[in-house]
Ligand binder design. Structure first.
Ligand code: HEC
Ligand SMILES: [Cu+2]
Length: 356
C-alpha cells in the first residue's frame, strides 16, 4: 500500500466505477499496452504514482462521458441528415413545424445538468482527496522555484541547492516528496505527466504538491505554462532513486565545490577566470566568492546529465558552446554572452567539468 492509497479515502481510481471505466474505454487498452518503463518519454497514459493514477482515472471517466455525448449527438445528427434529406418533390412543402414540447425541453435541460453535476462531484472528490492528505513526518521537502527558463530546487533540511534535475528517493509508505513551489518572475507550471498533477508556479504565492513514485527511474517533464521565448526548452527531469543511491547523491551535493586541481592547471586557471568574471554575479559555487542567485547554482554542475534546463546534454563541447554564446543553444535565454576569448573559454570549461 502506498502512501496515498493508505490515506486517500476518496481515491477515484480505486473505486468500482473507476475500474469499470478504466477497462471499458478504448484509450485504456492503448495505455495498458504501453510499456510501463520508468524512462518512457512524457506521456499522460502511463501514470506512475498514485496521484497521477487517480487523475488518470478521472480523465478516463470524463473522456468516457464526453465520448458518450459525442456518439449520441453525432449519431442522431447522422441519422436525421440521412433520413430527412431532401428528396425530389420536397421543394413544394415545408416540414411540419413543432413548437414547445415539454418532454424534449425538460430532457435537454435536465440531462446536461445531471452530467455537469456528476463531473463536478467526481472531480472535486479527487481534488479534495489528494489535497486533504497531511504531510507525514518523514516527507522529503523540496522548494521549487521557477525562473525564465530553468528550475531551481532547494532541499531546506538537507542544505542542498541545485537546478533542473530533481532527485527524490523512491517513495515507501512514509517518504513521499513534498514540493513547495513558487516563481521568481512569471507564472510557470511544474508538469511531470507521469508523476502527480500539474501545478502552477506563481510569483508571490506558494503552491504545494507532492509526488509519491514507487518505482526508480527517470521521469521527464516540462514547464506547462507559456512563460516566454524559451518556454519550450524549460524542461525538467525527475530522478527517482533507491534510498541508498539518493543518500549517496545527497552526500555528494552537500560538499562544497572542489577547490584544488592537482595536475590539472587548466581547471585551476578556469577557476581563477570564472571568479574574476561577471559569472559570479549570477551564479553560486559554494565555497568560493561566487554567490549570485540569478542563474543556476553551479557547485556540482558536472554531476548533472544536462545543462540549460535539459536543453542539451552536459558534454564539454556543449558547455563550451554555451559559455561562448548561450543564445546559440537557447535563443532568448537570460544568460548573456560574455565574449570570452578561446583561452578563457577552454579554461572555464575545464574548470566547470570538474565540479562533480
Ligand atoms: C546575467 C546573469 C548571468 C551571467 C553574468 C552569467 N550567467 Fe550563466 N546563466 C544565467 C542564467 C539565467 C542561466 C540559465 C539559462 C537557462 O537555462 O535558460 C545560466 C546558465 C548557465 C549554465 C548552465 C547551468 C545549468 O545547470 O543548466 C552554465 C554552465 C553557466 N550559466 C555558466 C556561466 C559562466 C561560465 C558565466 C561567466 C562567463 C556565466 N554563466 C555568466 C545567467 C548568467
Ligand atoms: Cu516556464
Amino acid at each position: 500500500m502506498s502512501f496515498l492509497r493508505k490515506r486517500q479515502s476518496a481515491g477515484f481510481s480505486r473505486g468500482a466505477i473507476g475500474r469499470i471505466i478504466v477497462h471499458g474505454v478504448a484509450c485504456a487498452a492503448l495505455a495498458h499496452s504501453l510499456p510501463a518503463r520508468a524512462d518512457t518519454p512524457m506521456t499522460l497514459f502511463s501514470p506512475a504514482d498514485p496521484q497521477a493514477q487517480s487523475i488518470y482515472g478521472i480523465s478516463l471517466f470524463v473522456l468516457a462521458i464526453t465520448l458518450g455525448i459525442f456518439i449520441v449527438v453525432a449519431g442522431l445528427l447522422t441519422y436525421v441528415l440521412i433520413r430527412y434529406r431532401q428528396r425530389p418533390g420536397d421543394e413544394k412543402h415545408e416540414p411540419a413545424q413543432i413548437y414547445g414540447s415539454n418532454q424534449i425541453e425538460l430532457s435537454w435541460t435536465v440531462i446536461p445538468i445531471l452530467i455537469v453535476v456528476t463531473l463536478f462531484l467526481t472531480t472535486t472528490r479527487v481534488i479534495l482527496g489528494t489535497e486533504a492528505i497531511s504531510k507525514p513526518n518523514g516527507a522529503l521537502e523540496v522548494t521549487v522555484i521557477g525562473h525564465q527558463f530553468w528550475w531551481e530546487y532547494h532541499y531546506p533540511k538537507l542544505g542542498i541547492v541545485t537546478a533542473n534535475e530533481l532527485h527524490v528517493p523512491v517513495s515507501d509508505d512514509e517518504h513521499p516528496t513534498y514540493l513547495e513551489m513558487t516563481s521568481a518572475d512569471v507564472t510557470h507550471s511544474f508538469f511531470v505527466p507521469r508523476l502527480g498533477g500539474r501545478m502552477d508556479v506563481i510569483p508571490n504565492r506558494v503552491n504545494e504538491a507532492w509526488i509519491d513514485p514507487p518505482q526508480p527511474g527517470l521521469y521527464l517533464g516540462q514547464c506547462g505554462q507559456y512563460c516566454g521565448t524559451q518556454h519550450a526548452k524549460m524542461l525538467l527531469r525527475v530522478y527517482v532513486q533507491s534510498k541508498t543511491d539518493f543518500d549517496a547523491w545527497v552526500k555528494a551535493q552537500q560538499q562544497p565545490a572542489r577547490r584544488d586541481f592537482p595536475g590539472d592547471p587548466a581547471a585551476a586557471e578556469g577557476e581563477r577566470v570564472f571568479l574574476h568574471n561577471a559569472c559570479i554575479n549570477c551564479h553560486t559555487i559554494a565555497g568560493t566568492a561566487a554567490n549570485g542567485r540569478f542563474g543556476p547554482d553551479l557547485t556540482h554542475l558536472a554531476s548533472r546529465d544536462t545543462i540549460a534546463s535539459g536543453a542539451v546534454s552536459n558534454t564539454p563541447e556543449n558547455m563550451r558552446k554555451w559559455i561562448d554564446d548561450p543564445n546559440s543553444l537557447k535563443p532568448g535565454c537570460l544568460m548573456p554572452s560574455m565574449h570570452l576569448d578561446a583561452h578563457d573559454l577552454d579554461a572555464i570549461t575545464a574548470y566547470l567539468t570538474q565540479l562533480r
